[in-house]
Design a protein around this ligand. Sequence first.
Ligand code: NAD
Length: 291
Amino acid sequence: MVVLDGKLTSSIIRQELAEKVKSLKSAGKKVPHLAAILVGEDGASKTYVNAKVRDCEEVGFGSTLIKLPSETTEKELLKAIAKLNKDEDVDGYIVQLPLPDHINETNILLAVDPKKDVDGFHPENVGKMTLNLPTYVPATPQGIVELLRRYDVPTDGKNCVVIGRSHIVGSPMSILLSQHNYPGNCTVTLCHSGTRDLKEICQKADIIVAALGRPAFVKADMVKQGACIIDVGITRVEDPSKKSGFRLLGDVDYEAVAHKCSFITPVPGGVGPMTRAALMMNTMRVTELSE
Ligand code: NAD
């Protein structure tokens, strides 16, 4: 069994990006600049955004963090977005989700200039991804694909089950793995809360991508011997023994499942760091895609 080490792989990617930044600088070219908008005080969102800013600093990108209070109106947020769309120094930006309930997420995602949409959530970029055209691919599925590639995980002709159909993880993951690429060319089954016989479907899978947000949902009796397991889930559960007061649990019953697998991602240290690395990779592609 091979542990797909997202922490290690993402640090290698950051080193590679730092080298590219050095070459850009020495060629007198512009270094990518990533901005992030954070609305409100959500603890997990703050942690994620701060980590993204740290990643930018580490690789040598420019970064700007725009913090807005939770009472920010949709109109005010749209104004901040319009400003970033016009700002020539900012190459790409993200609006950290989730947004407070009084803000319509779709209106916000539609307002982002597709050329600066490094999260790949704008319908124009989703359409391009679906057609296998060059574009920004949402960071989590992109990070998973990169991890599979770097570990040479066989995917061609494999049966893949994706559990979860969200626009940011499950749905794009199912599209990418069904495309005629490596990693990809899988026969994909996209499962969700309405799926019947999920256990039987999973038992036939060579690859399972679990992205439903239910701790330890994927049990050993759902997994075929030799399967590759990608655990996307991150659920915070209270743990007074930790300094932070919580620990992170994945969607896979890791201890029970790992010994049956050919490959598996741990939580933490698997998909999470690869998601951050993929955002940095998307930001690096800004110039390439605009050309
Ligand atoms: P979501 O809540 O938007 O979607 C969950 C999906 O799971 C839905 O499509 C639902 O139909 C499906 N589902 C729920 N219960 C199910 C069941 N019993 N059987 C089958 N399907 C079921 O979630 P999301 O935003 O896609 O995130 C999923 C998980 O991944 C969460 O734990 C989230 O924190 C985590 N996540 C991790 C990263 C990362 O970088 N590691 C990034 C994004 C999300």
